[in-house]
Every structure is written in structure tokens, then in C-alpha cells.
Design a protein around this ligand. Structure first.
Ligand SMILES: O=c1nc[nH]c2c1ncn2[C@H]1C[C@H](O)[C@@H](COP(=O)(O)OP(=O)(O)OP(=O)(O)O)O1
Ligand SMILES: [Mg+2]
Length: 184
């Protein structure tokens, strides 16, 4: 089965393909830019994106919005993670976190699948913001995020290792479970 993933982010496609391909689902990237509204939740961004895309894309597709939520910064950068990454980046976040003891943070992923109806799948992974950038794998904030139970950043993990515990891996597994039950 082939499913279209509308995203500009090759890192997301790599993770989605690596998790779904062994389950018989081929993920094909569709680089079809869509507006990402400045809402307060990832769910609102995804629901708006799907409403905007559904009459423009004829095949079943999914999109994903995700972000890093830092407790000591009241959830910042959260929904604005992409903009913050592009502007102040990892060094900017580490600077904001200088001298802050509470390093708790979580990544959240919201997948929206459209097959005539909207289906939402959510995943979260808790961890800490590191004191320095470590690792070269993954993408985005991976070099400064250490998931709970590990002593290395997401950027020091393989795609498979990250997928086993990440927010996106959890949301994709929910998505796959739904596909298995509903596409018999
Ligand atoms: O696993 C992750 N590891 C590190 N960083 C991550 C992750 N997941 C999201 N992030 C960061 C990257 C981006 O700065 C923002 C997501 O923004 P988000 O709009 O969902 O993604 P994007 O603009 O890169 O691709 P697109 O909107 O075309 O799907 O949070
Ligand atoms: Mg985006």
C-alpha cells in the first residue's frame, strides 16, 4: 500500500518510511507547501492544513506537525519550533537555558491522515535538554534532546533507535494500528 506524506522535511520522511516500510506501507513524499497557522496547538495546525489540502490533493495523504516543548520556558518553542529553529537555532535555545536547572522537555508529534475523513494520531516523548549539542544523526533539535532512560541525544541514535521511542515513532505506530484495523 502507498501513502502520500505531504512534508518539506526529509528527516520526517526517512523516519516514517523506516517504520512503515517493513509493515508493507510505502511512504511517498509530496512536497506540496501548505499554510501552517499560528495556532496554540499542533492539532489545530494539522486540522487547518488538512482542510486546506483536502480539495487540492486527490489521493489519501497525511501531514505531521511536531515541536519541542520546554517546561522551564513555559512550553516554548512548541508550535513555533520550526520558526525558532530557523532563527535562533540550537545555540539560541541553549543560551536561553543557560543556568536553568530544570531541563525537562518533551517532543510532541501530531499526524493527520485524510481519506475523506480526518484521523488524528498523537505521540509524545519526555526527556531533557542537554547542556551542549551532541551527535550528527536525525534533524532539528535532536542534538540537544536526551530522551528519558537514555544518556545520549536523539542525534546520537540511529533512525531505528529513535523510532522505537520517539514522538513520531509513537504517532506512526498508532497510525499503522488504525490502518491495519480499517483497511482490511
Ligand atoms: O524528531 C524531531 N527531532 C528534532 N526536531 C524535531 C523533531 N520533530 C520536530 N522537530 C522540530 C523541527 C522543526 O523545527 C519543528 C517541526 O516543525 P514542523 O512544521 O512540524 O516540521 P517542518 O517545518 O520541518 O516540516 P513540514 O512542516 O513540512 O512537515 O520541530
Ligand atoms: Mg513546518
Amino acid at each position: 500500500m502507498k501513502i502520500f506524506f505531504i512534508t518539506s522535511n526529509p528527516g520526517k520522511v526517512k523516519e516514517a518510511s523506516s517504520l512503515l516500510k517493513p509493515l508493507g506501507i510505502e511512504v511517498e513524499q509530496l512536497k506540496f507547501p501548505y499554510p501552517e497557522i499560528q495556532a496554540d496547538s499542533l492539532e489545530e495546525v494539522v486540522e487547518f492544513g488538512i482542510r486546506w489540502l483536502k480539495d487540492k490533493v486527490s489521493k489519501p495523504f497525511f501531514i505531521e506537525d511536531s515541536g519541542l516543548f520546554i517546561e522551564a520556558l513555559e512550553g516554548f518553542p512548541g508550535v513555533y519550533s520550526a520558526y525558532v529553529y530557523r532563527t535562533i537555532g540550537l545555540d539560541g535555545i541553549l543560551k536561553l537555558m543557560e543556568g536553568i536547572e530544570n531541563r525537562r522537555a518533551y517532543f510532541k508529534s501530531v499526524i493527520g491522515y485524510y481519506d475523506g475523513k480526518v484521523h488524528i494520531f498523537v505521540g509524545k516523548v519526555y526527556g531533557k535538554i542537554s547542556h551542549e549539542k551532541k551527535g550528527t544523526q536525525g534533524f532539528g533539535y535532536d542534538p540537544i534532546f536526551v530522551p528519558d532512560g537514555y544518556d545520549k541525544t536523539f542525534a546520537e541514535m540511529t533512525t531505528e533507535e529513535k523510532n522505537a521511542i520517539s514522538h513520531r515513532g509513537k504517532a506512526l505506530k498508532e497510525f499503522h494500528r488504525w490502518l491495519k484495523e480499517n483497511l482490511k
